[in-house]
Design a protein around this ligand. Structure first.
Ligand code: TYC
Length: 115
């Protein structure tokens, strides 16, 4: 009898049958950050350097000096990250660059990839 009483008293979960105390679980709310995407600019042999500099100023908010420096990185290394954005913004940047290059008949390539 003492045993039964002890069992009942120690079952502190009201919604569980006697002898079946609930397992304590703590669920911490995890804040989800949206995935980010790198926008990459690729080198080629034909697009003029000043055109690439202009693109970096116009669509990526760089100063002329920043744009020139990054254009040279792409020119020498073949590719560089020119910005990191949400999926929607990255898609828009890629589309803007590709459209602008196409309209000026330059073969410049711009892509995005998950960070
Ligand atoms: N390689 C090009 C040239 O010599 C310049 C260039 C730089 C092209 C960066 C594309 O993403 C690029 N005219």
């Amino acid at each position: 009898m003492t045993r039964i009483l002890e069992t009942m008293m120690s079952d502190r979960d009201d919604d569980k049958p006697d002898g079946e105390a609930g397992v304590a679980t703590k669920t911490r709310a995890r804040t989800q950050r949206p995935p980010l995407y790198k926008v990459l600019l690729l080198n080629d042999d034909y697009t003029p350097m000043e055109f690439v500099v202009h693109i970096l100023e116009r669509f990526f908010g760089m100063t002329h000096a920043q744009a020139f420096e990054l254009m040279l990185v792409v020119h020498k290394k073949g590719v560089a990250v020119v910005g990191v954005f949400s999926h929607e913004i990255a898609e828009t940047k890629v589309a803007q660059v590709m459209d602008f290059a196409r309209r000026h008949q330059h073969p410049l390539q711009c892509t995005m990839e998950k960070e």
